[in-house]
Design a binder for this molecule. Structure first.
Ligand code: XMP
Length: 318
């Protein structure tokens, strides 16, 4: 039978054998998968693992600095690269969801490639790909040039990078990844983090992206997620977040009418992201969250809750 301890033991041995004294580069996202992959590799090859954490400017509020600090505490060799301005410049004016994903994927590879070149003699690229990523990428179009998750580099690494790919979690489901992480002593909060899409808030800002929209959505998302945590709801939800809709609606503040933005909150239950159901969050919680958002985030005057299942809806709105 499969156990996390046995998986760690055999995988670390296999990685040692496969990688020897080679240098490996890994892109950390702050999420569970890449973090567990990093710790496994670190166990196998220690300082020959070079991690890069790119801020694409589309992360959650305070996520870049918070996660970087957490990684440093874990003894990983991590370089944080703030490329926010570059991503946001390249995304300016683009509203098409797939084009946004493509731009983010391309810029990510460019930034990552520049950083990789600084790691002298690296020959391997490690990725935190898990089994559902492999299936979704292949089933989308019947080939690795998937449209569902075009930001995932599953099989899609550009030739010029000339790095061999190592993906130690490729056969695991998310719950197994979490158990493997726990057996290696990873922080509970890190292991319990909800999945977050590679293109980040870009696909939760419907339409074109501006720095102002990113900061509005970061504030809204933080109120929602912090509220889930402080009310003991976070762990019973598989994934949650907020969408900034391309819709303004009329509101009233004091004696004035407003014409401001609308956000949708989404919280789902799922086991692998392939199907999902909306979560029946308590009305009192939704009521308080909505009030907090509207009172604290300038520019937002309306909050709605998404009660759609996947299928036929998807988890993200783009
Ligand atoms: P959907 O919206 O397809 O999402 O129901 C299923 C899961 O995948 C995540 N997702 C993405 N992850 N790049 C990613 O890395 C993407 O382009 C992307 N699109 C969706 C989504 O957050 C959910 O967990």
């Amino acid at each position: 039978t499969w156990t996390p301890d046995a998986f760690v033991e055999t995988t670390v041995a296999e990685l040692k054998e496969k990688l020897g004294d080679d240098k490996v580069i890994l892109g950390l996202s702050g999420g569970v998968d890449s973090s567990v992959a990093a710790v496994l590799l670190h166990k196998a090859i220690g300082p020959n693992l070079h991690c890069i954490f790119v801020n694409n400017g589309l992360l959650r509020k305070n996520e870049f600095s918070g996660v970087l600090k957490q990684y440093e505490g874990m003894g990983l060799n991590v370089k944080g690269v703030d490329a926010s301005a570059r991503f946001l410049d390249e995304l300016a004016g683009e509203s098409d969801p797939e084009k946004k994903r493509k731009i983010i994927g391309r810029v990510f590879v460019e930034v990552f490639d520049d950083e990789s070149k600084l790691v002298d003699g690296a020959t391997w690229l490690a990725q935190g790909t898990i089994y559902p990523d492999v299936i979704e990428s292949v089933s989308a179009t019947g080939g690795p040039s998937a449209t569902i998750k075009s930001h995932h580099n599953v099989g899609g690494l550009p030739d010029y990078m000339k790095l061999k790919v190592v993906e130690p979690l490729k056969m695991l489901f998310k719950d197994e990844v979490r158990r493997v992480g726990a057996s290696m002593g990873l922080d509970k909060e890190l292991l319990g983090r909800h999945p977050f899409p590679g293109p980040g808030l870009a696909i939760r800002i419907l339409g074109d992206i501006t720095p102002e929209k990113v900061s509005i959505l970061q504030e809204v998302d933080a109120i929602f997620i912090d509220g889930l945590k402080s009310n003991g709801l976070y762990d019973s939800v598989w994934q949650a977040g907020a969408m900034l809709l391309p819709v303004n609606s009329v509101g009233v503040m004091g004696d004035e009418r407003t014409y401001e933005k609308c956000v949708a909150l989404r919280a789902v239950e799922s086991t692998d992201g392939m199907t999902a159901d909306w979560v029946n969050l308590p009305y009192e919680f939704l009521q308080k969250t909505s009030n907090d958002i509207i009172n604290k985030v300038p520019g937002v005057n309306r909050v709605v809750y998404d009660i759609s299942s996947k299928p036929p809806a998807t988890i993200e709105w783009e």
